[in-house]
Design a protein around this ligand. Structure first.
Ligand code: BG6
Length: 512
């Protein structure tokens, strides 16, 4: 993948160039839980710029020391997390902390941006960090446009020779087609499209990046990757967590907006795209957008399921229903689960259904892409009808299991001819040493070196919203639109099975 060539060219794996990073929402959860650990990991692996400064901007009155202490605590907690089990390296910890300062300010106050400008200039002089800046919007979506307006008005996003300015925007990018277009136009008043890095953290996951590698770095998959050989595709992103303490956000968002037009459509695009003409950000993103624009908008009444978890249990522990969670309205119609059937109207995929499902409070955390191949045209084995042959399947395992599995039939040893289902299994851990990571390392590093491949371009964001728009309207406006309940800790509502049964197919169990 190559970075844009407006500025210096940096090869992947080289230390990132001198730059500054400004995090709006510096005191927030995202900064502490993910961004700082990712920056620490970049320091540990030698990719953080040699000349680097980080300014956390937030509303609270805090000294630099107090802010650094908060970050240090967060990093130490992260170092103790079994997920990232690796002893925290004091040198890299102190190295990162020494570059951090804090700036108190109100995001809507022009004076905040004037002070930020002064701080950036004094850092550039004192630390040789230069003029390059990544502005990271780790704030609620309602602040995105206002902050970028102010950055524009204060000249902070103006570029020049040896001076790039980039803006990272977290999700959600709008809440429907119109609002996403409006946000785009708002941002474009101050910054060019190439300066905008729209974050989808799924694209930072190694297993997600591997989808394209699997397809295009091997000769054996691509010839089969089409309607001639593939019967259907299932994309599952199952979570065990419920709404937790996010009811305020989730009640107005729901599973569809939270997961589908962004994360799940990125997975669909990676599975469905054509080979790009080159391995560059724009060529890859063009192919991803092309496949999304070929997806037929959801046929709301027949090809979708809206679900919500009711009381249930997991491992014999009782679990509350969604409506009983803190901050949730007692008669809430918000979906915590959704399943969709989609058709892609193009030469490669016509007639191959793509089934997607995602939900909270399910039986198991499991994200995977299941690709079922067509059965052989006839059975040569007289005791086994063609329909009885189990079809071949390729499962791309994204998380928490990481790898791939290919299933096929083999002869069960013995004097008769009978066929058993066997699996070839690849586990990442068996081959590669997994460096502890949050998934944000690649994305922050890519932004610093100007490689936008793993960020969403505006056309693909809009294409995603266009696919789900009929469903958003149906659920919002049609009082007869059903809501299916499922017990927390289960595989989802029974109605979801019906979506596949119509055509004699069935979901792969969430817990396998
Ligand atoms: C976020 C959603 O974007 O992705 C959350 O807002 C969801 O609701 C999360 O839990 C899932 O991400 P991950 O990396 O934990 O699978």
């Amino acid at each position: 993948m190559h970075n844009d060539h407006d500025h210096e060219t940096i090869r992947h794996g080289d230390r990132a160039p001198a730059c500054n990073m400004v995090i709006f929402g510096g005191g927030g959860d995202l900064t502490k839980r993910l961004l700082m650990p990712a920056l620490y990991n970049l320091s540990r692996t030698g990719l953080l710029p040699e000349h680097f400064s980080l300014i956390g901007v937030d509303r609270l009155e805090l000294t630099n020391e107090a802010f650094r202490l908060q970050i240090e605590e967060a990093l130490r907690a992260f170092g103790n997390d079994k997920h990232y089990a690796q002893k925290l390296d004091e040198h890299h910890l102190q190295n990162l902390l020494s570059r951090i300062t804090y700036l108190q300010g109100d995001f809507s106050d022009p004076a905040c941006y004037a002070r930020l400008n002064d701080r950036l200039q004094s850092n550039a002089a004192a630390e040789a960090t230069g003029e390059n800046v990544v502005f990271y919007l780790a704030v609620a979506a309602r602040f995105f446009a206002g902050i970028v307006d102010q950055l524009g008005a204060s000249g902070l996003v103006t570029e020049g020779p040896n001076r790039w300015r980039r803006v990272v925007v977290e999700k959600p990018f709008g809440h429907d087609v119109e609002s996403a277009k409006a946000l785009n136009s708002q941002l474009r008043k101050s910054v060019a499209e190439r300066q905008i890095y729209r974050m989808d953290h799924f694209l930072g996951k190694e297993t997600v990046q591997n989808i394209m590698l699997m397809r295009f770095a091997n000769g054996i998959f691509e010839p089969l990757w089409n309607r001639e050989h593939i019967d259907h595709v299932q994309i599952t992103v199952a979570e065990t967590v419920g709404v937790e303490r996010r009811a305020g956000f989730y009640e107005t968002t729901g599973a569809l907006r939270d997961m589908v037009p962004n994360h799940i459509f990125q997975l669909l695009a990676l599975v469905g795209m054509e080979p790009p003409a080159a391995f560059t950000a724009d060529a890859i993103r063009t192919e991803k957008t092309k496949v999304l624009t070929a997806v037929h908008p959801v046929v709301a009444a027949t090809d979708s399921v809206r679900g919500q978890y009711a009381a249930g249990s997991r491992d014999e522990q009782p679990l509350r229903g969604y409506r009983a969670e803190d901050g949730v309205a007692p008669a809430s119609m918000t979906e915590t689960y959704t399943a969709l059937k989609l058709q892609i109207d193009n030469w490669r995929w016509a007639g191959v259904p793509f089934y997607l499902r995602t939900g909270k409070a399910l039986s198991k955390r499991n994200s995977e892409i299941y690709i079922q191949f067509k059965r052989p045209p006839l059975s040569l084995f007289k005791d086994t009808a063609t329909e009885a042959l189990t079809p071949n399947a390729l499962v791309l395992k994204l998380q928490p299991d990481e790898g791939a599995q290919l299933s096929f039939g083999a002869k069960i040893p013995g004097p008769t001819i009978s066929i058993g289902q066997v699996h070839m299994d690849f586990h990442y851990g068996d081959y590669f040493q997994n460096a502890p990571s949050t998934g944000y390392e690649t994305l922050i590093y890519d932004c610093m070196i100007g490689d936008a491949t793993l960020f969403q371009r505006s056309d693909s964001v809009i294409a995603g919203w266009e696919i789900v728009e009929p469903l958003l309207k149906y659920w919002a406006n049609d009082a007869t639109a059903p809501l299916a309940f499922y017990p927390a800790g289960s595989d989802g509502p029974a109605e979801s099975e019906a979506l596949l049964q119509q055509s004699g197919r069935s979901w792969r169990p969430v817990t396998v």
